[in-house]
Design a protein around this ligand. Structure first.
Ligand code: WAQ
Ligand code: MG
Length: 257
């Protein structure tokens, strides 16, 4: 028999603006604690309206996966980190022009009005063409989590490497689901947080290569590009990214230098 999991989602706003959002997937016995945690996070963010949604995920629908191995690379400049990102993408099967173009698009604001997108671009790995159905919103990877045992092992591995940021843990889990999606060959990401300068390229062959600094301090731009094998079924891919329950049950390795 399959253990039942619950998807717990929180969305919080203040004066109509989004201020906090998070999602977990946990066994029934953890729903109460996790709901409380997300509620507290929303309150701490100064929310005026908080929505919580709890939905059962049936066991047979669940896909399990492992985290990609993490390799932490410190670069001398933004230009150097971005050059490395392009090289990694090319080594993962992305055409050089497609890699360059996606990087420039994220750097200059990927939405049609030149803002940060809420989700990711889908980029044809051969032509660089954008394939996401809505290029203002992008495609959101949702409905995924890491189980408690794998999370504890990951936490220990990251701490030992001096990587303590919540963003690193969360991005690794997201990257695991994205790499498991049908048709995805690689991902490029850096944060839109002006104070957080690390990003990564992930792919099946090279794992999750964490690159610092992907942007200058104070830069509010950031985003994600999921590179897609030419001819991939975009509808099936979007459905997997947004709807397929995915649980990480195995951590990867962590190395530096
Ligand atoms: N699905 C798809 N795209 C998303 C999602 C999602 N669930 N969440 C965010 N994005 C896109 C969106 O365009 C954001 O502007 C962009 O990614 C960056 O999101 O190892 O914190 O949440 O320490 O700011 C990299 C971690 C941090 C490096 C990434 O992203 C490391 C980060 P943020
Ligand atoms: Mg952000």
């Amino acid at each position: 028999m399959c253990a039942e999991l619950y998807n717990v989602r929180m969305h919080a706003e203040s004066g109509g603006d989004h201020v906090s959002g998070a999602e977990r997937m946990v066994p029934a016995g953890r729903v109460e604690a996790v709901t409380f945690e997300l509620l507290q996070r929303a309150i701490d963010a100064g929310s005026s309206a908080i929505s919580l949604k709890v939905e059962a995920v049936s066991g047979p629908d669940l896909v399990r996966g492992a985290l990609p191995d993490l390799h932490d690379v410190q670069c001398g400049s933004v230009a150097e980190a971005r050059e490395q990102a392009v090289q990694l993408l090319v080594a993962s099967g992305v055409a050089p022009d497609a890699a360059e173009k996606a990087l420039q698009t994220i750097a200059s604001g990927a939405s049609s009005s030149g803002q940060v997108m809420r989700g990711a671009m889908l980029v044809d790995a051969a032509t660089g063409e954008r394939l996401e159905p809505d290029s203002d919103r992008g495609v959101r990877a949702t409905c995924f989590d890491i189980d408690d045992a794998a999370a504890a092992r990951l936490e220990a591995l990251l701490s030992a490497a001096g990587l303590h940021h919540r963003r690193t843990r969360e991005a690794l889990v997201l990257a695991s689901k994205v790499l498991a999606a049908p048709g995805v060959v690689a991902e490029l990401c850096w944060s839109d947080d002006p104070g957080y300068r690390s990003g990564y390229v992930s792919s099946a062959g090279h794992g999750y290569v964490r690159l610092t600094p992907m942007k200058e301090a104070g830069d509010p731009m950031g985003g994600r590009a999921f590179f897609v094998r030419p001819g991939a079924d975009v509808e099936q891919l979007v459905n997997f990214l947004e709807k397929q329950p995915y649980l990480v049950t195995e951590p990867g390795r962590v190395r530096q230098g």
